[in-house]
Unconditional design. Structure first.
Length: 368
């Protein structure tokens, strides 16, 4: 292998929860409350959407419309049952009930008030009427994409999520310093130096906000209508502490509970929100990794064991794949190439623009 050139998983596209907008001639990141899946190609309007983005949104819209239709059918069925109950003939009164009613009428001292007739055009509540709802608006807003079915490429969580404290040179778009909280590699006048890494909050070089937590999460999107490449990924870049911490914790837990079968679990990326005092009570969004909602943990682990057995019978070696990826990461220091860093810097170091969001690598909120 070529020394100094890091071998990273092949990337088919990007996953973002933000977008770039143009304000006063400047391209700045703006927060969003849904996922967007793009290719690695840009045009004048921004990143080009990946075909799987449309497939997932169409599936979500169909599932939402089916749920609305089921709810409407249930309301109609309930109304028909009430109408049928109201239209049933009353049982024939007995002689005893007739005598009791006549004695009650004769002993009454005041006449009862006449009953008001139901309006002919209104939605009456008497026998033979069914309460109808207002017609729904035909132009309903499209549902937001807030979950993505995924699978991971590696069993080792640190191979799927690469996170480090990173500082870039804004003039040359090259990394200056990369650390893990214990030690760092720093480029200085063409020489790579090793230094202790106390983190950006306690480092004189990075205390001005130039050094940030930078994570790259590689996943495979799992959709039945999209033929996926088993060794290619979609990358989610983020500087959100909540996202990095949540993803790493989830992977470690799922790896432990599944018996180190993380790469075989049916998972999904899920967008979550919360408010903090630092966000001035406005919602901030971060990414979580969960077992698919329709499956459950026990069923997911059972599926993972079956998938691992099939892969072993087919001759696939997951342990060797993890080893190859680990060696590829060890070949170099910096993951982004020179042309990729230029696009990352636009979102890594956003400028203040009124209430425009301080974004992360792909438009996340920079929430510490």
């Amino acid at each position: 292998m070529i020394q100094g050139l890091m071998m990273t998983p092949p990337v088919l596209g990007r996953i973002a929860i933000g977008k770039m907008v143009e304000r006063n001639g400047k391209r700045l990141p703006e927060k969003d409350d849904e996922f967007t899946i793009t290719t690695q190609v840009q045009n004048r309007a921004g990143w080009v959407l990946h075909p799987i983005d449309g497939l997932l949104r169409a599936q979500l819209a169909q599932r939402t419309s089916c749920a609305d239709l089921s709810a409407g059918e249930g309301a109609v069925q309930q109304g028909l049952q009430e109408l049928e109950a109201q239209s049933r003939p009353c049982p024939k009164p007995t002689l005893q009930s007739k005598l009791a009613r006549r004695a009650k009428e004769q002993g009454a001292t005041s006449a009862t008030a006449p009953t008001a007739a139901h309006p002919a055009t209104g939605a009456g509540s008497g026998p033979g009427s069914i309460a109808t709802a207002e017609p729904a608006n035909a132009a309903l807003p499209a549902p937001k994409l807030r979950s993505i079915p995924v699978r991971l490429l590696f069993n080792d969580p640190s191979l799927n999520l690469r996170a480090s404290y990173t500082m870039f040179d804004r003039a040359t778009a090259r990394p200056i310093c990369v650390g893990d909280g214990e030690s760092c590699k720093r480029a200085k006048q063409g020489v790579m130096e090793s230094h202790p890494c106390p983190g950006p909050d306690h480092c004189e070089l990075g205390m001005d906000g130039n050094c940030k937590l930078f994570g790259r999460f590689h996943v495979r999107i799992d959709h039945i209508d999209y033929p996926s490449d088993d060794c290619s990924t979609f990358v989610l870049r983020t500087t959100s502490v909540n996202t990095v911490r949540t993803l790493m914790a989830r992977m470690q837990y799922l790896q432990a509970v599944s018996g180190r079968l993380l790469a075989y679990l049916p998972l999904e990326l899920r967008l979550r929100g919360k408010s903090t005092t630092q966000s001035h009570r406005t919602p901030i969004y971060y990414v979580d990794l969960c077992v698919r909602e329709s499956i459950g943990l026990e069923a997911a682990v059972a599926q993972a064991r079956e998938a691992a057995d099939r892969a072993q019978r087919a001759g696939l070696d997951q342990a060797a794949l993890d080893t190859a990826a680990r060696k590829g990461y060890a070949q170099g220091l910096f993951e982004e190439t020179a042309e990729e860093v230029g696009d990352v810097l636009q979102e890594f170091y956003p400028r203040d623009e009124g209430r425009l969001a301080q974004g992360d690598g792909d438009g996340h909120s920079n929430d510490r």
